[in-house]
Design a protein around this ligand. Structure first.
Ligand code: PLP
Length: 447
């Protein structure tokens, strides 16, 4: 009997009692390889001694001081560190307690920027279908994930959505990557022109799409084109790197690989690696200056912004990543995991696509490889894969609705950056068995 309103009321969750390295242990003593970092959170795995020590030390020094009275040394140090490593032009940091809060914050910053700079008519937010930006109302309205939005639609602010850059499903046969990137980016300019450029405030996108599509990177120069379109029309570019950022794709920020910098960037998850709830928004100098030379403040604030314990976790996690040169391991192990997934699933009749970057990989499941037809969503294949994986001591992050918010299934992998070759082998073996078992368990005519 539980008094928690769990995510699935009728499911029985094992009780997690410990964690070390890439594994979580439950109360029955069962061990699970955390091949998804929960939901791309636990980038250093579990029980990292340096992070634990930093948290103990911070707790002994100061657990909390409200930011309307004080700043704290640890928050200042983390902000310095984030700006030092930030994409060009991002000069300041606003701390939050997670990804949704970061997106809400970025949306409000964009709006206030235009109020401060005498363009109050700029109010429209454009984002992409098949995206996830969080579950609070503003973030939910911004996201393009139909099944999450549907029950709450009457409460959502007006937003506008264009197609994502999703080569496996939306690139035409024979269309080059360059042509597809140009066509996908043009959808943004068309939408801006339709709404009236002087009314558009921001475009929001995940640099590499996470939960809704399963680790889908952009194609060719898509983001360079997006950047140019935003600049042409005075629209702010908000990149959501809550899931794909902070090293997940092999560089600290995924946008580095696209050769662009956003005006606002939302981060969370890997920033604190799950050791504490923390997120942040990195903002461009011109946005900071507009606030500084205008009203002198950002009309926002949460009780736990800049929480010293959260900042201590973020700082310690980032120091370990840099000190242990873990980006090199993300690149090496990411390449190995991609290769091994290709060997295990490359000819699998129910695997349509294997994709991703660094240690952020997705496997899309299809009923028919030739037509890319998805499985009947009623079968909930993704949920079956999750169950079969857990039964084999493996945590992965499968999701349905890959194609259009209803149809399609994929499995997302986001193992800790400390993963080694033996763990990669175990992940691929267990996932292969789990996918085969889930498909074998489908009603006869479905598979
Ligand atoms: N943005 C992206 C890309 C995400 O993947 C998530 C969470 O999965 C969020 C925002 C929301 O973050 P949180 O769950 O910390 O509120």
């Amino acid at each position: 009997m539980t008094r928690i309103l769990h995510r699935q009321i009728h499911a029985e969750f094992p009780t997690a009692v410990g964690g070390k390295g890439i594994e979580i242990v439950d109360a029955e003593g069962r061990r699970y390889i955390d091949a998804s970092g929960g939901a791309a959170v636990s980038c250093l795995g579990h029980g990292h001694p340096e992070v634990i020590a930093a948290l103990h030390a911070q707790l002994d020094r100061l657990a909390f001081a409200h930011t309307s009275f004080f700043t704290s040394e640890v928050a200042e140090r983390l902000a310095d560190r984030l700006v030092e490593d930030a994409p060009a032009g991002l000069s300041h940091v606003y701390f939050t307690s997670g990804g949704s809060e970061s997106i809400e914050t970025a949306l409000k910053m964009a709006r206030q920027y235009f109020v401060e700079t005498g363009q109050p008519q700029r109010r429209h937010v454009i984002a992409r279908r098949q995206s996830y930006h969080g579950n609070t109302l503003g973030a939910l309205a911004t996201g393009g994930n139909e099944w999450r939005r549907a029950p709450f639609r009457p409460l959502l602010i007006e937003t506008h959505h264009i197609d994502p850059c999703f080569a496996y499903r939306l690139q035409e046969p024979g269309e080059s990557d360059e042509d597809y990137a140009a066509r996908a980016a043009q959808a943004l300019e068309d939408k801006i022109l339709e709404l009236g450029p002087e009314t558009v405030a921001a475009f929001v996108a995940e640099t590499v799409v996470g939960a809704t599509m399963g680790a889908v990177p952009p194609v060719a120069d898509y983001f360079k084109r997006i950047r140019a379109i935003c600049d042409r029309h005075g629209v702010l570019l908000i990149l959501d790197e809550v899931m794909c950022g902070m090293g997940r794709t092999g560089t600290l920020h995924a946008c580095t690989q696209e050769g662009i910098a956003p005006d606002l960037m939302a981060i969370a998850k890997g920033l604190g690696g799950g050791y504490q709830p923390i997120g942040a928004v990195l903002l461009a100098r011109r946005i900071f200056d507009a606030f500084a030379h205008g009203s002198g403040f950002f009309q926002h604030g949460h009780t736990y912004t800049g929480h010293p314990m959260a900042c201590a976790a973020g700082l310690a996690v980032q120091e370990v990543i840099r000190g242990e040169r873990l980006m090199d391991n993300v690149a090496a192990m990411g390449a190995r995991l991609a290769r091994r997934l290709g060997e295990r699933f490359g000819n699998h009749p129910q695997v349509g696509d294997i994709r991703g970057r660094g240690l952020f990989l997705g496997v899309e499941l299809v009923a028919d490889r030739a037509t890319k037809a998805p499985f009947d969503p009623a079968l909930k294949l993704h949920a079956r894969v999750k169950r079969e994986a857990m039964a084999r001591g493996l945590m992965v992050y499968p999701m349905g609705g890959t194609v259009d918010g209803v149809q399609g299934d994929h499995v997302l992998l986001a193992p800790p950056f400390i993963v080694d070759g033996a763990a990669v082998e175990a992940i691929v073996e267990r996932l292969g068995d789990a996918v085969d078992a889930a498909i074998a368990g489908l009603p006869a005519k479905a598979a």
